[in-house]
Design a protein. Structure first.
Length: 190
C-alpha cells in the first residue's frame, strides 16, 4: 500500500489500531531506562504515545499524514515529535537510545536495508527493538500479510542486528480473537 491508500484507511475509521500499546513492545521495552526513542512507521502512534507517557523523548515517523494528524490529536499533553516521512527513505539526523519498528511488513528486498539502516541509528548503550509477523504465520498462525516475502523471520532480524548484542531473538505466539498469531521479535543492544 502507498501513503494515499494508508491515508484512506486511517480516515475511514476512528482508530485503525488499538489505542493501547502493542503488548510485545511493552514487554520488550518496559525495563529500559527512558531516553530518546524513534518509532518508525508509527501509524497513529499508540507505541510512541505509550513511550512518551513513560518519560521517553519520542520521534514518531509515518508516511500517512492522516495517521500522524490522528496521533497529534491523541496526545493529551504528551510530547512527541511527529514527522511525515517514508520509512524506506527516512534518515534521522541523530542516534536514539531506542529504535522501534513494529509490524512494518515490506518485501525483504526493502526490509533488509531498512533494518540495517535502523540498526545504525542506535546510540551507544541503546536498543533496537523489532516486532513483525512471522513467515510461519502463513501455515501455522493467523493475521499479517498473505505473502511470504512480506513476512519476517529470525534470519532477517539477525542480519539487521549484525554488530549489536542480541538479547532476544525468537518467534512468539500471540493470542488474538481470530486465533494464535506468530510473531518474530528482536531486542539488541549497541
Amino acid at each position: 500500500m502507498d501513503a494515499d491508500q494508508w491515508d484512506e484507511r486511517y480516515a475511514a475509521s476512528e482508530l485503525v489500531w488499538s489505542a493501547e500499546p502493542n503488548g510485545l513492545v511493552v514487554a520488550l521495552t518496559q525495563d529500559l531506562v527512558p531516553g530518546s526513542a524513534i518509532d518508525v512507521a508509527a501509524g497513529e502512534g499508540r507505541n510512541a504515545l505509550w513511550l512518551a507517557e513513560r518519560g521517553w523523548s519520542v520521534t514518531a515517523v509515518d508516511f500517512s499524514s492522516v495517521a500522524v494528524d490522528r496521533g497529534r490529536e491523541l496526545l493529551g499533553g504528551r510530547s512527541v515529535d511527529w514527522q511525515v516521512a517514508d520509512a524506506t527513505s527516512y534518515v534521522p539526523d541523530r542516534e536514539f537510545d531506542l529504535v522501534l519498528i513494529c509490524y512494518l511488513q515490506l518485501p525483504r528486498s526493502v526490509m533488509r536495508p531498512l533494518l540495517r539502516g535502523a540498526a545504525s541509528w542506535v546510540a551507544p548503550d541503546g536498543h533496537l527493538v523489532v516486532v513483525g509477523h512471522a513467515v510461519r504465520n502463513l501455515t501455522d498462525g493467523v493475521g499479517g500479510p498473505p505473502h511470504a516475502d512480506n513476512l519476517q523471520d529470525e534470519e532477517l532480524y539477525a542480519e539487521a542486528a549484525h554488530g549489536l548484542v542480541v538479547d532476544r531473538l525468537e518467534e512468539v505466539e500471540r493470542p488474538t480473537a481470530m486465533g494464535i498469531a506468530i510473531d518474530v521479535v528482536l531486542r539488541a543492544l549497541r
